[in-house]
Ligand binder design. Structure first.
Ligand SMILES: Nc1ncnc2c1ncn2[C@@H]1O[C@H](COP(=O)(O)OP(=O)(O)OP(=O)(O)O)[C@@H](O)[C@H]1O
Ligand SMILES: [Mg+2]
Length: 283
């Protein structure tokens, strides 16, 4: 029996929400983050990060309601990100917005992209000195934000951009914690301190959680891979809950990485000092 492909259009009730672009100068979507959309300016020099806005006219009620809640959540996340960039001010190593407006946030476009993608693309070509420098830079950036009362709550190589001179820029404060405004995001599993479920709230958005994430960040910088990158989320969480972490004894800063995972540091500032001391010892 043969099937003739149908040329009939999908009935409207199966339509997907369609992302709307809020500025005619930014029409090339180049990333679809977890919290917002990003578009490149037509000259390729700037990026607009804007809250999801969907056309849902042809969607069924359930899909439209889902899109509506994503839009509302995205608005709240981006409002928090704007507030944090304004609070942090301009500082080397922190991504500097070119514009903050009701439309969204505009940033310079960094062609090297984020650190995770860059590590994967260049692994084997980047020397150990550069990796160690990135480790120190990353922790220095986090230490600064913590000194300003900001916990990013999604520390990850995904959330650092690689500048043209290869220096790191911390970015993405969508839904991060500032002062007593609690976080609206959390880290990916291999960056998340796993406690018993009933203790879940005590570590999210806390210094303890942030320091744990720094351990995974340093591990990924020095190995090019997330901790337990070959395992699934459930297995990773179980291992973390048992206090099992990947071996680091052969890595530069290996003791410090374990120290972050085991709760031996009480701030990024302390990790920063330990990295500096360890580097001097090697020299
Ligand atoms: N200025 C920029 N230049 C180049 N690439 C960028 C820039 N800003 C963001 N990106 C890329 O877009 C991705 C998503 O951006 P961002 O982290 O700000 O959005 P998000 O919605 O919070 O995403 P996620 O939830 O995945 O972290 C980044 O990981 C990076 O790869
Ligand atoms: Mg991000």
């Amino acid at each position: 029996m043969s099937c003739t492909p149908s040329t009939k259009k999908m009935p409207p009730r199966f339509s997907e929400p369609v992302l709307q672009f809020p500025d005619p100068g930014y029409t090339r979507q180049f990333a679809y983050g977890g919290t917002a959309a990003l578009a490149l300016s037509d000259d390729g020099k700037r990026v607009l990060k804007f809250p999801f806005t969907f056309e849902t006219q042809h969607c069924n009620e359930q899909v439209a309601a889902g899109a509506q809640s994503r839009m509302e959540e995205s608005q709240i996340m981006l409002a928090r990100e704007k507030e944090i960039y304004q609070h942090l001010g301009l500082r080397p190593g922190i991504l500097a917005p070119l514009e903050i407006s009701s439309v969204g946030l505009v940033f310079p476009f960094y062609k090297n992209g984020d650190l995770r993608a860059y590590l994967q693309k260049t692994w084997g070509e980047v020397g150990q000195d550069q990796l160690m420098l990135w480790a120190e830079e990353a922790v220095e950036r986090i230490s600064f934000t913590q000194s300003m009362g900001v916990y990013q709550c999604d520390i990850s190589t995904r959330n650092f951009l690689v500048g043209d001179d290869l220096s790191l820029l911390l970015n993405d404060f969508s839904g991060s914690r500032v002062g007593d405004k609690t976080e609206l995001v959390g880290p990916e599993t291999s960056y998340a301190k796993a406690l018993q479920d009933d203790q879940y709230d005590t570590v999210q958005g806390s210094m303890e959680g942030e320091v744990f994430s720094i351990g995974s960040l340093l591990y990924e910088i020095l190995t090019g891979q997330k901790p337990y990158s070959d395992l699934g989320n459930r297995e990773i969480k179980d291992l973390f809950q048992q206090g099992s972490f990947p071996p680091t004894s052969t890595l530069a800063f290996g003791t410090i990485i374990q120290g972050c995972w085991m709760g031996r540091f009480s701030s990024a500032e302390e990790v920063k000092a330990a990295l500096k001391a360890a580097k001097h010892k090697r020299e």
